[in-house]
Design a binder for this molecule. Structure first.
Ligand code: PNS
Length: 164
């Protein structure tokens, strides 16, 4: 039984994340999408909102489960009895950080391995940060994120504007 974790901030989930989720879910028995409950960063969406968003967009994939986590990824892996971490690599610029993270994680928990999937070419340029930047500037993000997300981002930006 291979249970894997696909960890990330998913603030918000993009089509690039969806590509990795779909492909990884075909290669393992169970895929847990681990939503980081960011300590340092201030995300646009709360952890609960990101979890619900991911639940909605992965509803049709039976072996995918969404969970949030705080603290170390390797502790979350231990807690969920997962033996694999999945990460997407978009470009060589991702590699340094990802390799360092994989090696540090393996040092801390030798039972956990990291598997890299090369992001599909059509999503290689995509990041949640860019999506947010486009949305903040009133741009159309429908090509970058799955169906309910553009509306959720719009609502969130309206909320923030009303508060300021
Ligand atoms: O979406 P991101 O920001 O690329 O995700 C990064 C993530 C969540 C995979 C990474 O920040 C992480 O694993 N954080 C948990 C804390 C941890 O275990 N850090 C040590 C790894 S070397």
């Amino acid at each position: 039984m291979i249970r894997a974790i696909y960890p990330g901030s998913f603030d918000p989930v993009t089509l690039g994340h969806m590509d990795i989720i779909r492909r990884a879910s075909k290669t393992v028995d169970e895929l847990i999408v681990g939503v980081l409950n960011n300590g340092g960063k201030t995300p646009l969406f709360t952890t609960g909102e990101r979890v619900r968003m991911l639940e909605e967009v992965t509803r049709d994939i039976p072996n995918v489960r969404i969970m949030s986590f705080s603290g170390l990824l390797v502790d979350f892996a231990r807690h969920t009895e997962s033996n694999l971490i999945v990460r997407g690599l978009r470009a060589i610029s991702d590699f340094d950080y990802e390799l360092q993270m994989a090696q540090t994680n393996r040092k801390m928990n030798p039972d956990v391995d990291t598997m890299f999937l090369a992001t599909s070419l059509e999503y290689a340029y995509l990041s949640s940060t860019t999506v947010k930047e486009v949305a903040f500037c009133d741009g159309d993000i429908r090509e970058f994120v799955p169906a309910p997300v553009p509306e959720l981002v719009r609502e969130k930006l309206r909320e923030l504007q009303a508060q300021s």
